[in-house]
Every structure is written in C-alpha cells, then in structure tokens.
Design a protein around this ligand. Structure first.
Ligand SMILES: O=C(O)[C@H](O)COP(=O)(O)O
Ligand SMILES: [Mg+2]
Length: 402
C-alpha cells in the first residue's frame, strides 16, 4: 500500500455572495474530486489545536502527524532548517518578509501595508534587495539569509521569542500599532524603507507595474526545532514535494526526503504536473511509502483576495495534480490511499487564516465506498465524519478500514 497526501494550502473558504453563496471549492470545476468523493470518505478535520494561531506551520505539522502543542517551536525555525541554518540553542529565528508598504511622505509608522508578498517577488529579485539590507543592517547580533520569494530569515543572536504580527494578517491597515515593541527590530524595519524604496531594482519593478518591495517585516519568531523522524514515528519512508521553505524545513526536521521539482515556485503558475509526476516516481522508483504534495497557490490567492484565481488554483489542483497522480497510480496498479485536504481555511473575506475545521477526502484504491457526497466544506460537515485532533489524520490514512 502507498500513501499520498495532496495538500491544497489555504483551499478551504466560506460561502461567497459573488459565487451564489458557494465556496470556491464548491464553485470550482473539479471533476476528479467529484468522482473520487463518490468512492471515498469525506469529513472534517480540526488541524489547528485549540488556542494556537492558524497558519501553515501548526496546520501542516498536524497533518503530518506532529501534535503542534508538542512539536511547534515557532514558524521561522522550521524555515531555517530548509535554508540550511543550524540554529544555536540561544538563537531566535525570525521570518523576514519583504513586503510592500505605501509609498508616501508619511512617517513609517503611518504607512499602510499593501502586499505581504511584494507581488510574489522572485527569489532572484528578493536576493538583490536583501543584499542591500544586509550591507546596511547586518551585525553580529542580526544575520540575514535568503529564503524563497518574499520569505526570508533573520537569526537573532541571544534574542527573545517576541510576539510579532504576521503581515498577511493586517493587509490594508496602518502599520504603527502592529510594529514590534522591540526597538531594534522596529528600527531595522523603519530603516529598510529608506534602503529599499528607491533601490534601482524597485524603480524597475514599479515601471513594470509590480509592487515595490520596500520594507522588511519580522514575524514568526521561534527557537531551534525538535521534530522526531517521520520514519521512526510511522514506519514509513516519507517524501515531501513543496516549493516553500516551511514545508521543506519540516521535511528536513522529520528526516523525510525533499524532492525538488523544476518550475515549482509556490505561485498560481507552479509546475503542477511536475509535482504529480515526481510524487509517483518517489513511490515507484525511490522506495518511498508516503508522499506529501503541498500546493501553495490557493493560500496565496486567498491572501490576495482573488476569487477567480483561488478557483483557478483549486481547478489546477484537481486536473493537474490529483488527476495526474491517480492516472499514474492506477496504471502502475499498486494499491494506494490518497488524502486530499487543506491545512487551514484562507477565506477570501479576511485574506488570512482561520482555525475552522477543514474538509478531507480519503480515497482507497481497493475500496469503492459507493458514497453519495461531494467534496466541499458543507458536505464534509453534513457527512458527520469528524477528526477532532488533526494530528491523527496520518494515522487514519495509514490504518484506514471501511
Ligand atoms: O508568509 C507565508 O509564507 C504565507 O503567506 C503565510 O501563510 P501560510 O501560513 O498559509 O503559509
Ligand atoms: Mg497555509
């Protein structure tokens, strides 16, 4: 038996008037998930534990079987594992976004945050800007490292786990009240605007109609991660396919195989088919028992508040990932189970994460459930199937019996 998780990051949502009170998942054309749902178990899973902040960090730890209240030490430390930084016990890792704030003559504190991702800036462009930041701001205490797209890392020597506001939680808001209380962090953020706003690369970006990447933004503070091996926990050899450092970092910490896919970039235009082919290859040729295909796009489109693009992301997941995986697995003939689910909702109305339970679809190629439901938030709730502790999903996947 082989095990496949197709994780549509942020895919769950809420009914939208613009979609006739359907959710993007209900409204999207998903013929593959529609067929699978009739042969699968559909239900709800609570991935974010009570009292924890909703985000891909806690939620994907849960879906991978790591109880966040036991294993979570902050988001950025997990990303540091992927970036290749060995944290000291006294280090604090900080996520360092490159964001877009309003370009005006207002004092920094009175500026508005416009885009947490600076138009999903390329890693190449971000690296140039981070070099400018490093030249001006890096000291023995604060070291900057390039991650992926707008997602970067700062290691704070002998820092503190300070509570910081994620920029995607305050889109469109004036930043003053959300800036760090720590004066040095605030000072670096404020200085970054002066360093970046008129940087030649940003002048070029603006000419192309792209958002300037004109400020750094710290959040996601944490201490050195401590994950147990996935194989020791489950007895299965696991592989991760993702474009984002958070998931790749979890895989490093869990001693899973990280599979790089050409063109996989965490955006709406990622290499969906490439991820699907790589997943089946990992199972068929690389001796893996379990593969986790993480697709970032629905989350980013949720953060952007784009209904059509979130629908496109879901339809791409259906037709260019799930359909391709199923065709290749069926052709191979090896029995398998496929779990399709989001990590958390990223509703269009709020453009950030909520902690609501998420719909799952659990398919077993050896069982025809003869079910009669669709895969979406409403029918998952109506099904009566509810996994109260999301970190038990992997165990459910591996021990499933009709
Ligand atoms: O900053 C990021 O990587 C994402 O926008 C945050 O959302 P996530 O927690 O769903 O990844
Ligand atoms: Mg997410």
């Amino acid at each position: 038996m082989k095990y496949i998780v197709v994780l549509g990051d942020g895919m769950a949502d809420e009914p939208l008037e613009e979609l006739g009170m359907k959710t993007p998942l209900e409204y999207a054309k998903t013929p593959m998930m529609d067929v699978l749902a009739l042969k699968s178990e559909v239900g709800l899973a609570q991935t974010i534990p009570e009292g924890m902040k909703p985000g891909s960090d806690t939620a994907n730890l849960a879906v991978l079987g790591y109880y966040p209240k036991k294993y979570y030490t902050g988001r950025s430390p997990l990303e540091a594992l992927s970036i290749g930084v060995d944290m000291e016990p006294t280090d604090i890792a900080l996520r360092c976004n490159i964001v877009t704030v309003s370009e005006d003559d207002l004092p920094y504190e009175e500026k508005t945050i416009i885009d947490h991702s600076s138009s999903e800036i390329s890693t190449e462009d971000a690296a140039v800007l981070l070099e400018a930041i490093r030249n001006e701001l890096e000291t023995d205490v604060y070291k900057y490292y390039v991650g992926t797209s707008y997602r970067h890392l700062t290691i704070w020597d002998k820092g503190e786990v300070v509570e910081l506001t994620p920029p995607h939680d305050i889109l469109g808001k004036v930043i003053g009240e959300y800036l760090p209380e720590d004066t040095k962090l605030r000072e670096m953020m404020k200085k970054s605007y002066d360093i970046l706003n008129n940087h030649p690369l940003n002048v070029e970006r603006a000419k192309k109609g792209l958002n300037k990447a004109n400020s750094i933004w710290f959040w996601g503070a944490g201490t050195r991660p401590r994950l147990d091996s996935f194989e020791e926990k489950t007895g299965k050899k696991g592989a991760m396919i993702s474009a984002v450092d958070l998931l790749k970092g979890i895989a490093v910490g869990a001693s899973m195989m990280n599979i790089e896919v050409e063109g996989a970039d965490g955006t709406l235009h990622t290499n969906y088919e490439g991820k699907a082919h790589a997943a089946v290859k990992a199972l068929k040729e690389d001796g893996c028992d379990f593969v986790y295909i993480h697709v970032e796009a629905p989350d980013e489109m949720g953060h952007q508040g784009s209904i059509p693009n979130k629908i496109t992301a879901i339809e791409s997941l259906d037709q260019r990932v799930i359909k391709v995986v199923k065709a290749e697995m069926d052709a191979w003939g090896e029995p398998y189970r496929m779990l399709v689910m989001p990590d958390h909702p990223t509703p269009i109305w709020c453009r950030t994460h909520t902690s609501d339970p998420v719909p799952y679809l659990l398919y077993d190629s050896t069982i025809d459930m003869k079910a009669s439901w669709s895969y979406n938030e409403r029918e998952a709730k109506d099904s009566g199937n509810y996994v109260a502790e999301g970190y038990k999903m992997v165990n459910k996947l591996m021990t499933y019996e009709k």
